[in-house]
Design a protein around this ligand. Sequence first.
Ligand SMILES: C[S@@+](CC[C@H](N)C(=O)[O-])C[C@H]1O[C@@H](n2cnc3c(N)ncnc32)[C@H](O)[C@@H]1O
Length: 321
Amino acid sequence: MIDAVAMVVNPFTKRDATRETNRLALSDRAVHDWYRFVLSYPPHLVDEYLIRFGATKDSCVLDPFCGTGTTVVECKKQGIPSVGIEVNPVAQFAGAVKTDWTPDADGLLAHANEIAAIARGELRAQGVEDGPSTTGRTDTPTLPARLRILPPEPWSLLLTNSISPLPLHKTLTLLDVLKRHHDDRYRRHELLALANALPFSISNLRFGPEVGLGAIKLDTSVVGVWLDSVRAIAADLRNLSAKASVPAVVHHADARQLLDVLEPNSIDIVITSPPYPNEKDYTRTTRLESVLLGFINTKERTARAEARTRAFQHTRRVQER
Ligand SMILES: C[S@@+](CC[C@H](N)C(=O)[O-])C[C@H]1O[C@@H](n2cnc3c(N)ncnc32)[C@H](O)[C@@H]1O
């Protein structure tokens, strides 16, 4: 029997979402900042409910729409077991990686430094520097003779101009090096660091909170910003390793079929923010990293996700009548 349910409906007004309320307090940032939606709810809300509901290390908290894992990460930080369910594959990946605090921080950093050196070396051999961002630059940078591009179908899934050719070339080079020199102990954390760097530093996207186009970056650092993201992850892993054993699992599943992944009577508390009130298409918000990291590569998968969003929107309209 479930003891308590917190349903956080629209925790921010649209105006607030771009302002202070949705910014993470500095003390909140550890792990949550590894990758999050613009409209993720703030961790302090989860904390408040955990206290109000008297959650302990013997409780189990469920978030059936866990997004990028705010609830499960916060529970783990507080030493409380939790389960998340999420249907968007890149968000589920983020939640799962954000609750895995087992990798050795120094090992991760050493491996990422090796990857960065190889990727920079390969780019330099093609006459490409992984320099700082050149937002606002109007001259077209020289492109390498063999520019890496995406196959037509994945390319057609991206929002037009969401990433410029040279940053895309650098990203695909980095992904190739990560694949060739992968180390299973660090692979998922290194990929999440790239998922984080893509929309917020490498791409031309802007979130306000809807996804749209910002300034077009003809060139920008890719390997450098990725390495910065890995460094931030490593720093958090170092600080939180004592809590690595607190149970937290994030299932890639549909919350409408909970019993496919949950044992009966295994949940004490539910803390969640459901998808339909915001009428968001989360696959659009996360499209660039979903496609580049290979979570979505066919129109069929995108269409299925969009149909799911439409079904929720329809449910909402019916409920409002
Ligand atoms: C409001 S967001 C949750 C954000 C989350 N609280 C956070 O802080 O990141 C709702 C989430 O529900 C997910 N979702 C939508 N339909 C779902 C379903 N049938 N089963 C599981 N998750 C679903 C969406 O992909 C989205 O990530």
